[in-house]
Design a protein around this ligand. Sequence first.
Ligand SMILES: N[C@@H](CCC(=O)N[C@@H](CS)C(=O)NCC(=O)O)C(=O)O
Length: 154
Amino acid sequence: MITVWGYSPSGNCWKVSTILRLTGRDFRWVETDSNAGATRTPAYLARNPNGKIPMVELDGGEIVTESGAILCHFAEATPYLPPAGLERTRVMEWLFFEQYSHSPTSPSPATSSPICVRPTRRPNVWPTACATASRRWTSWKTAWQPTTGWRAAA
Ligand SMILES: N[C@@H](CCC(=O)N[C@@H](CS)C(=O)NCC(=O)O)C(=O)O
């Protein structure tokens, strides 16, 4: 079974549990309090030398880290990720924006709201790139969304 090492208050970890639920997968959650040093143990670092959560172990024992990569892995070939091409590139725009410009300055996960993006041309199709909301999300949505046809899904 898929195993997720995550910390419940973390938005990056919320993204992982969300895509697993959206795609109907069973998974085991190992609560891992990074504030209490749980990502600095030798056992954890042996699996993920970067010492961060979320971390996923696939059915075959492979380890996958980085929330955006994990989202894409589980969204592949599902309604939650467009096929290769410009619409997938739009998803990547959001994923990279979220990691570089949003996530590092977002408020605490406890005050954030979950969001996804999707193309308005295909309502109710391809909600993806789940992340945490903040004022930066609001400004991104105002400046970027009208020019691309993408909008917040939740
Ligand atoms: N780019 C990474 C960021 C992961 C990250 O920063 N995780 C935080 C919790 S949200 C963490 O593990 N912090 C503990 C630490 O850095 O020691 C991702 O998206 O997965």
